[in-house]
Design a protein around this ligand. Structure first.
Ligand code: NDP
Length: 475
């Protein structure tokens, strides 16, 4: 129903532009044609060092009880050589390769062959076939939204195995964590390389491809906008959601099981991390249709950044708190535990409400109530490559009137809560908040650059009306 309404609205709002377009830059939105030296340097840095960073973090837990300084100290003082560390690192095993292949294959089956049934009985849940946003080439893709169902089936089977079938140990992920890292890397590199080749030779939609002429930029940031195999296998939706986010909660459960095995109990900090991150993951799947309208799907092309990032960076570095707690079980005092829980829940509330307000506003074309009042907004227009002019609105009410990215602020509060649950003995579990702060601040800048190219002077009117990005009055 909402989808039909949105389609109708969008049909009403678009019309073919007959003007000789004076705002050519607006037609380039979503396409960084010129690669500046800073972007190139950052990309080369990430391509070279991101896999090493992941290895370093995981290795330091495996060999140094999660100390990030000790390996460096050992190397600098000559106590150990790189080869000593490398020789102690578990290698790829047939067992890990088997587990990983089965895992990915199972998720592919759930994604491709099991149409969504959750939307048929869960009130308020939007699943089944849904439409994405208009791409720069003016295409509207259809998606089968069945991530919640995949998450539920996977977790039901996980618990059924843990409590009844005992086919494998619930600590299986932790026990094979480094061998699985090699498998995840193989998949991450394979899918990114395949996506690049596909972009050149058999793109899903040639008009939505972006070639900058710079090999490294194209490999990292992607060529194709929405690569697909067949009608429904969408790379972005699958890789972000399934090997990435479905795995997140399973990995945390495996860490909790390991704590139980090692210490005979699961600490309250481990429960907090499992619960807060579990809420975040479930929220993602409950709102998977909304995710179609977020930057990952709407604006980013599919390259190494998303392909390798979803297979390796996300499952390995977003779950560092749980991993750390296996090596350092932290039992928080009641006041601290409650404080962290409250911080996490408030952060989640802000994150969810801000995203919900924008979603509601866009779905109803502004015919809704935000905090009991009709929302205020700025009318804006943009153009797709074929010269079709579209109209849109930027809301200046609710949380969107407080700051331009208050959803990121809520996300950061939640991220801080996960880290605080681990105490302050080591910095490793605090990597996440540092990373999220850099990621989301960079994302603000990237998104605003894109929105400015898209909306031009209308975006300037919006930033004048809502002057702050993350924290009202400060930034
Ligand atoms: P947003 O959901 O904030 O989407 C930004 C887009 O929304 C803009 O490009 C613009 O798109 C539109 N928009 C901007 N301002 C307004 C407004 N005032 N009114 C209406 N529409 C507006 O960004 P993301 O996709 O980056 O993030 C979605 C969520 O995902 C966030 O809560 C973020 O915290 C989270 N996230 C989490 C990550 C993680 O690793 N855990 C990584 C990235 C994001 P348009 O072109 O349609 O106008």
């Amino acid at each position: 129903m909402a989808v039909h309404q949105e389609k109708k609205n969008s049909e009403e709002r678009k019309h073919k532009s007959t003007q000789n377009d004076t705002q050519t830059s607006q037609v380039q939105w979503g396409r960084a044609w010129e690669v500046d030296w800073f972007s190139l340097a950052s990309i080369l840095f990430l391509l070279m060092f991101a896999p090493l960073i992941v290895y370093y973090f995981i290795m330091s837990c495996d060999q140094y009880q999660c100390s990030l300084f000790e390996p460096l100290l050992d190397l600098l003082t000559g106590k150990k050589h790189l080869s000593d560390i490398w020789n102690k690192t578990p290698t790829l095993t047939y067992r890990a390769a088997g587990i990983y292949t089965l895992w990915v294959a199972f998720q592919v089956v759930l994604y491709v062959f099991v149409p969504d049934f959750c939307h048929k009985f869960l009130p308020g849940y939007v699943g089944g076939i849904q439409e994405g946003a208009v791409t720069p080439a003016g295409v509207v893709n259809k998606y089968e939204i069945n991530g919640l169902q995949a998450w539920i089936i996977t977790h039901v089977l996980w618990f059924a195995n843990a409590y009844y079938f005992h086919c494998f140990s619930p600590t299986i992920i932790f026990d094979n964590w480094i061998p699985l890292l090699w498998c995840a890397n193989i998949l991450g590199y394979a899918v990114s390389t395949f996506a690049m080749i596909k972009g050149y030779f058999f793109p899903t939609n040639a008009t939505d491809c972006k070639f900058t002429g710079n090999f490294f930029y194209d490999y990292m940031m992607g060529i194709e906008f929405n690569p697909r195999i067949g009608k429904w296998f969408d790379f972005k939706l699958f890789f972000n959601g399934r090997p990435g986010i479905v795995a997140w909660t399973l990995i945390n459960l495996s860490y909790a099981a390991k704590q139980q095995e090692l210490y005979g109990q699961v600490t309250n900090s481990m429960i907090l991390v499992n619960v807060l991150q579990g809420i975040y993951v479930l929220d993602f799947f409950w709102n998977e249709a909304w995710y179609l309208k977020t930057i990952d799907i709407c604006h980013d092309h599919f390259g190494w950044y998303l392909g390798w990032g979803d297979c390796v960076w996300l499952p390995y570095l977003y779950t560092l708190q749980g991993l750390y707690l296996v090596y350092h079980p932290v039992q928080l005092g009641t006041a601290n535990a409650i404080g962290i829980l409250v911080l996490g829940l408030i952060g989640y509330y802000i994150f969810r409400m801000t995203n919900h307000q924008k979603d509601l506003f866009r779905r109803t074309n502004g015919n809704c109530k935000i905090w009991g009042k009709k929302p205020e907004y700025i009318e804006c227009s943009y153009m797709s490559v074929d010269g079709t002019k579209y109209y849109s609105k930027l809301m200046t009410s609710g949380f969107w009137g407080w700051a331009r990215h208050f959803n990121y602020t809520g996300d950061l509060m939640g991220s801080l809560a996960y880290c605080l649950a681990c105490g302050f003995e080591h910095i490793l579990p605090h990597f996440y908040i540092v990373y999220m702060t850099i990621l989301l601040t960079h994302r603000c800048i990237r998104d605003e650059h894109r929105c400015f190219s898209k909306y031009g002077k209308d975006w300037k009117r919006y930033t004048a009306a809502v002057p702050y990005r993350l924290i009202p009055g400060i930034f």
